[in-house]
Design a protein. Sequence first.
Length: 367
Amino acid sequence: MIDHLGDARRRRLEAKLADFRDRQTEAALAHILEFNHTPASLKARMDRHVIGQEQGKKVLATAIAFHYRRLAAALKEARAAGVLDWETALKQTRTPKANILIIGPTGVGKTYSGEIVSQLVGVPFVVEDLTKFSETGYVGQNTQDILVDLLIAAGGDPLVAQMGIVYLDELDKIAAEVTTTRDVSGKGVQKGLLRLVEGVTNTIEMGKERLSLSTKHVLFIAGGVFETLGSIVKKRLARQKISGEWRELVSADDLVEFGMERQLVARFPVKVVFHGLTTGDLKNILTQSADSPLLAYINDLKAWDIDLSFTDEALTLVAERARQEGAGARGLVSVLHRILFEEMFRLPGTYTGPLVVDEAFVRERLA
């Protein structure tokens, strides 16, 4: 349609589009420049959503608060020094970057913590399942596709994308494996990630168009279960006659023995351990988290004028069953659905009023 516009109208339209993009960029940059969270205040905001993991949240909040505070200060200094455009300011900005590695079982809030923090900072956030990637993209996706996803999350603005957060999920699943065929997931993908996380300018192929996107200021958070890592660490501690909780004593050598590339491990200097959730943690998620799955069910039934409530004993049983099933916080949704499914199907349109779920109700549905 634009091809049929006259030159003057085309120029006006292009100017308006450019102005719109500039305003989008300025709005996104404002989140960074006005970032004023201390580590303590950032953790306090996280506490409303992420239950438990006190030490883990402290480490995350400190690393992220300092990262974006440093970035904001550097950008302001560049502007004060006479650098007029943000792209040049970003290129000239030099700040140490502390990528983060989170180790912990499934369903304990590793990915969720990164998502919540990105919302509090106001930057683009993408989650990448590393099991989907191969070394060259001939099987699965190429690691360069991560940058495409980040660019999409940034509304197509490369400048905004450069200040986003990328969560690399299932990092432990790409540990190196000895094979007789070409590597399609392990060591090759790790080497592909190196170029992204070390902070260099990458070229993105967008059809016939090629875009440059620097990851110098992109914060990478990687997470994984690392199931056999505990035995590796414990053996080393026994050899070195060191006592203590193994999760707090994980070293780079342990991760290398697990199958990670030493260069890649070195790109994640901040390491944090998330612990398995207790029954009490899971119950607190139901009753205290701003994103409680129970709250979602309450709101859903409220739309049909049904007032759902759980007794304290019933909540304890729900939390205990979720803990036993080993899926962490994700398991709460499954347990709640099994308990409430019949009522969710039968009551809307036929009943209004209170629906009280007590201990006996839960035991019957989970029998």
